[in-house]
Design a protein around this ligand. Structure first.
Ligand SMILES: Nc1ncnc2c1ncn2[C@@H]1O[C@H](COP(=O)(O)OP(=O)(O)O)[C@@H](O)[C@H]1O
Ligand SMILES: [Mg+2]
Length: 474
C-alpha cells in the first residue's frame, strides 16, 4: 500500500497529527531565494560555504574555468572555486524523508533538508539506515496512543520517519529472524537521546504487553526510568535533565513475543558530581528532592535542611531548575520505588545514604598533631555517622587516620588536612556510586521475571568517544 493510501485509513485524530507533524507537505510556493520552483536550473543553483557548517544558496552567473561567479541569495556576487561548491537538489527533493534519496548528497543539502522539515515541526528524518532526530524543545502530539496504533506492524517505508517505526522494525526482525536486536541512540548532550529511549520503551510496552498480566510488568519497565533519572540525572548548562551515566536497557520477550522483563546495565556514572559541580549546574536531582520533599519525623531523623546549608551542593549557585518542582519529583520517585517493590525499609535506607552524604560534605578538618588533621566540627561528623548508622569514632579515624596496607601489614597513617578532605570526598563518591549500583540491581531483580527468549537492547549513551571506550573495554 502506498503511504498516501495507508494514511487514508487512519482514524481521524491520528490522521490529523500524522499529516501535520510527521508527513512533510511540500509547499509549491517558495523554494530557495524565494524564487519559486519554476526558476530552478539544474547545475546552476549551488550551495556556497560561508563558514564551518553554514552555507548560503546562489546561482552561477558566470563560468571561468576553475572558478565561477555566483549571485547569492543575499544578492552579492562572489567568485568561488568550483571545488568548494555543491549542487542544490531539484525542488522535487524538497523535504525528502530519507536524506539518502537526495540526488546531490552533500552536507549542505542534508542540513537544508533537515532544517526544512524542522521548520515544519517534523523532527524525524531517515538517513539510510539511521534515523536522525532533532530536539523540538516542545511537546508534540506524536507519541499519543493513536500514533502508536498506526505504526504498529507497518513496514518502515510505508510510514513517515518515527522512532516508533524503528522500534517496530526491531520488534518484527526479532520475531521473524529470531535474533536479538539493538538500537543505538547517540548524540551530544541535550539532543534528545533519553527522551527517545523512553519512547522506544513506551512503544514496546504498548505493542507487546502480556495478555492478562494487568500491565504490571509493563508499568514497572516504564517506572525504572524516573528512579534512574532521580539518582543519575542532573541539571547541566546544556540540559535540565542530563543523564550523567550511560545505560543499556534490554527489553526481554518470551517465545510468544510478549514482554518478559527487562534489565539495565549502567556505565560511567559521573561520581565527581556528588561533591562538586560547575557553576549553574546541580548535583543529582535526588539531593534536592530529599532536602525539599522529606518531612515530619524522618526530616528530623535525617537532620535535613535546605540545600544552601550543605557544602557539597552550595557552591555552584544553583538550587532550582525552571519547570522542575523537587518536592513533586520526590513524591514521584517514591511512587516509582513502590511500583518497583522497594520496601519501606529499603526506601528509608536509601534516603539515609543520600542525607548521610550531605552531612559528610559538611565535615571540616583543622591542623592537629603537628602535620596531621582533626575534625573541627563535631556536629557534622556526628550527624553523618548517626544518619549513616555507623560509629562516629570509627568514621573519625577512617577520615583522619586511616589504616593502610603496607606490604603484609596494616599501619595507621595520619593524613594532613588536604588529604583528609580528599578522603571525605572519596568516601562520599564511593558511597553514592554503590547506592546507585544497588538501585540498578534492585530494579533488575524486580524486572527479571519470565524466562526470556530474545531481547531488544537500547543503548542511550552520549558521544562516540564513550562508545569507543566501551568497545575497547569489552
Ligand atoms: N522528542 C522530544 N519531545 C519533546 N521534548 C524533547 C524531545 N527530545 C528532547 N526534548 C527536551 O529536551 C530535553 C533534553 O533531552 P534529553 O533526551 O534529556 O537529552 P540527552 O539525553 O540527549 O542529553 C528534555 O528534557 C526535553 O525537555
Ligand atoms: Mg540523556
Amino acid at each position: 500500500m502506498s503511504k498516501e493510501a495507508a494514511a487514508l485509513n487512519f482514524p481521524k485524530e491520528a490522521k490529523e497529527i500524522y499529516n501535520k507533524y510527521l508527513k512533510y507537505n511540500v509547499s509549491s510556493e517558495s523554494f530557495l531565494f524565494g524564487k519559486g520552483t519554476g526558476a530552478f536550473t539544474e547545475n546552476k543553483w549551488v550551495w556556497v560555504p560561508l563558514s564551518k557548517d553554514t552555507y548560503t544558496s546562489g546561482e552561477i552567473i558566470k563560468d571561468q574555468g576553475d572558478k565561477v561567479t555566483v549571485r547569492t541569495k543575499e544578492n552579492e556576487e562572489v567568485a568561488v572555486l568550483k571545488t568548494k561548491l555543491d549542487y542544490i537538489n531539484p525542488p522535487k527533493f524538497d523535504g525528502v524523508e530519507d536524506c539518502a534519496q537526495l540526488s546531490h548528497l552533500n552536507e549542505a543539502a542534508v542540513l537544508h533538508n533537515l532544517k526544512k522539515r524542522y521548520d515544519a515541526d517534523i523532527i524525524y528524518t531517515y538517513s539510510g539506515l539511521f534515523l536522525v532526530v532533532l530536539n523540538p524543545y516542545k511537546r508534540l502530539p506524536i507519541y499519543n496512543p493513536e500514533i502508536v496504533e498506526i505504526y504498529k506492524g507497518k513496514r518502515k517505508n510505508e510510514m513517515a520517519p518515527h522512532v516508533f517505526a524503528i522500534s517496530d522494525a526491531a520488534y518484527r526482525s526479532m520475531l521473524n529472524d529470531r535474533l536479538n536486536q539493538s538500537i543505538l541512540i547517540t548524540g551530544e548532550s541535550g539532543a534528545g537521546k533519553t527522551e527517545n529511549t523512553k519512547k522506544v520503551i513506551q512503544y514496546m510496552a504498548s505493542i507487546a504487553g502480556r495478555v492478562g498480566g494487568g500491565g504490571k510488568l509493563e508499568e514497572q519497565v516504564l517506572q525504572a526510568n524516573p528512579i534512574l533519572e532521580s539518582f543519575g540525572n542532573a541539571k547541566t548548562t546544556r540540559n535540565n535533565n542530563s543523564s550523567r551515566f550511560g545505560k543499556f536497557i534490554e527489553i526481554q520477550f518470551n517465545t510468544a513475543g510478549f514482554i518478559a522483563g527487562a534489565s539495565i546495565i549502567s556505565y560511567l556514572l559521573e561520581k565527581s558530581r556528588v561533591v562538586r559541580q560547575a557553576q549553574n549546574e546541580r548535583t543529582f536531582h535526588i539531593f534536592y528532592q530529599v532536602c525539599n520533599g522529606v518531612s515530619g519525623d524522618l526530616r528530623k531523623t535525617l537532620k535535613l535542611d535546605e540545600p544552601s546549608k550543605f557544602n557539597f551542593i552550595n557552591k555552584s549557585g544553583c538550587y532550582t531548575v525552571k519547570g522542575i518542582d523537587d518536592k513533586d519529583e520526590f513524591a514521584a520517585t517514591l511512587k516509582a520505588m513502590d511500583i518497583m517493590a522497594f520496601t519501606s525499609k529499603e526506601k528509608e535506607d536509601v534516603l539515609h545514604v543520600v542525607a548521610g552524604i550531605l552531612h559528610l560534605g559538611n565535615v571540616q578538618f583543622e591542623v592537629s598533631f603537628g602535620e596531621g588533621s582533626a575534625v573541627n566540627n563535631r556536629t557534622a561528623i556526628e550527624a553523618a555517622a548517626d544518619v549513616l548508622g555507623i560509629d562516629v569514632a570509627k568514621l573519625d579515624l577512617g577520615l583522619c587516620k586511616p589504616r593502610i596496607k603496607a606490604g603484609n601489614e596494616f599501619v595507621q597513617t595520619h593524613l594532613n588536612v588536604e588529604k583528609a578532605a580528599y578522603s571525605r570526598e572519596a568516601l562520599s563518591k564511593a558511597l553514592y556510586h554503590r547506592l546507585f549500583l544497588w538501585i540498578v540491581k534492585k530494579i533488575n531483580d524486580q524486572l527479571a521475571q519470565d524466562k526470556k527468549s530474545s531481547f531488544i537492547g537500547v543503548l542511550d549513551i552520549s558521544g562516540f568517544g564513550t562508545i569507543f571506550f566501551l568497545w575497547k573495554m569489552f
